[in-house]
Design a protein. Structure first.
Length: 69
């Protein structure tokens, strides 16, 4: 018997922006800073439904401190 695997819902940065009220550039900065997890699809990035829910509930993770040499 084959079980159907449910594909996770993936959101574009524009969709994340719409739901959160933050600009797409803000989402890009959070992603670059490692504050939001993403799925890479070629050159595109998508945010999972679970990660979007987490950001809406808790906000982005704190930025990691840079290690000084």
């Amino acid at each position: 018997m084959l079980q159907t695997m449910r594909k996770p819902k993936l959101y574009t940065l524009n969709e994340c922006s719409y739901f959160s009220g933050s600009a797409p550039a803000t989402w890009r900065r959070w992603i670059f800073d490692g504050r939001v997890d993403v799925v890479h699809l070629g050159r595109s990035v998508r945010v999972t439904e679970a990660e979007l829910d987490r950001v809406l509930r808790e906000g982005p993770r704190p930025m990691k401190k840079l290690v000084e040499a």
